[in-house]
Design a protein around this ligand. Structure first.
Ligand code: TRP
Length: 350
């Protein structure tokens, strides 16, 4: 039987989404949705967000709507994709419970994604690490397998989580018979777009790091953030040669600019390579490059922001999209859970 291609992807609602999400996750999910090749599920991972926000439910609740608006504004289409809220699909929690028995404590502690995220949160958690943090890859396996997902678009840093999901699927099927679909992780093809640097030049763009451009930022905020952006600190005079590696201004131009942007705003350069080459040689000033980047980002973000503002005027409609998506998601998850319980001989009363 030809395996249907199914995409599951999710965002944790801990803040509204930014251009780092756009460059990797969001643009790709919309492209996959529009290709017509995949059945697409987009999950708002509120239950997962609570793992490290248990003391702040209001933040998670508020951001469910924000993240839904971001997804709809970039082109997730409820006619084509199922957009739903994780916590309202209780079947996912039940699957998570059974999968926990298939993972050893040492395996949970060894997951490289978990280890590095724990290191990042060392200050926040101190010695009080929520147990759920060590088991979130198991919860994520429940999300993935509930929808029979074959393709899971993730950031590079999440690949070890997918690997753990594959192990759980393998182990489940070996013990209980072929039941779960084996997922594969999909990372962004364009290497530069995989991880956007912060506006401050930091290795990671993150809301808590204060170095993001949000999809919801207004035009003046975008302009100000770009004006203040980090570039090559050794590029002091226009005539100095400059570095384009680890330079977020050049990274953003390479990720977001299209040939039309050069034609419209910087026609003296054929494209990114020519511009970067001039900067590296010397003789090209930061102000000019930033001015171009501003034109590009304004052009990319304007339609998203305008659509977002339209949608935000009518939150009831957005909640209705989430509600009906969640009903559909529940049906799918319930059917998987039923097969799982049958396989585990937990089907007494049927
Ligand atoms: N962990 C993902 C993130 O940090 C969110 C997520 C939860 C997810 N469940 C998922 C992603 C299942 C892909 C598949 O954004």
């Amino acid at each position: 039987m030809e395996q249907e291609k199914i995409v599951l992807t999710g965002d944790r609602p801990t803040g509204s989404l930014h251009i780092g999400h756009l460059s990797g996750a969001l643009r790709r999910r919309v492209a996959m949705q529009n290709s017509g090749e995949y059945k697409t599920f987009v999950m708002i991972a509120d239950a997962q967000a609570l793992i490290d926000n248990a003391d702040n439910p209001a933040k998670v609740r508020k951001n469910v709507l924000e993240v839904a608006l971001d997804n709809l504004a970039v082109g997730v289409d409820p006619q084509k994709s199922t957009l739903f809220v994780q916590s309202q699909v209780s079947e996912l929690t039940e699957l998570y419970f059974y999968y926990m028995n298939l993972v050893t404590l040492s395996r949970a502690e060894r997951n490289p994604t978990v280890k590095s995220e724990l290191a990042e949160k060392k200050e926040k958690f101190g010695v009080s690490i929520p147990l759920g943090f060590l088991t979130y890859p198991i919860s994520q396996t429940a999300d993935i397998t509930a929808f029979n997902a074959t393709h899971v678009p993730v950031g590079e840093d999440q690949l070890p989580v997918i690997e753990q999901a594959q192990e759980i699927v393998q182990k489940f099927n070996a013990i209980y018979g072929p039941t779960l679909v084996m997922p594969q992780g999909i990372v962004e093809i364009n290497e530069k777009a995989r991880r956007l640097l912060g506006t401050d030049g930091g290795k990671k763009m993150g809301k808590s790091l204060g170095n993001v451009i949000n999809l919801s930022d207004d035009s003046d905020t975008i302009a100000k953030k770009i004006k203040d952006m980090f570039t090559d600190p050794n590029h002091l005079r226009v005539s100095d040669p400059g570095e384009t590696e680890n330079n977020p201004v050049f990274q953003y131009i390479s990720v977001f600019s299209k040939p039309e942007h050069f034609q419209a705003f910087l026609p003296e350069y054929a494209g990114y390579e020519e511009l970067a080459e001039h900067y590296r040689r010397g003789g090209l000033g930061d102000v000019k490059v930033k001015r171009f980047l501003n034109e590009v980002m304004q052009d990319v973000l304007r339609p998203i922001r305008e659509k977002r503002i339209e949608l935000a005027k009518d939150p009831a409609t957005v909640w209705e999209i989430l509600r009906s998506g969640t009903i559909k998601a529940r049906e799918q998850a319930a059917s998987t859970l039923k097969r799982v319980k049958q396989a585990m001989q937990l089907d007494y009363f049927t």
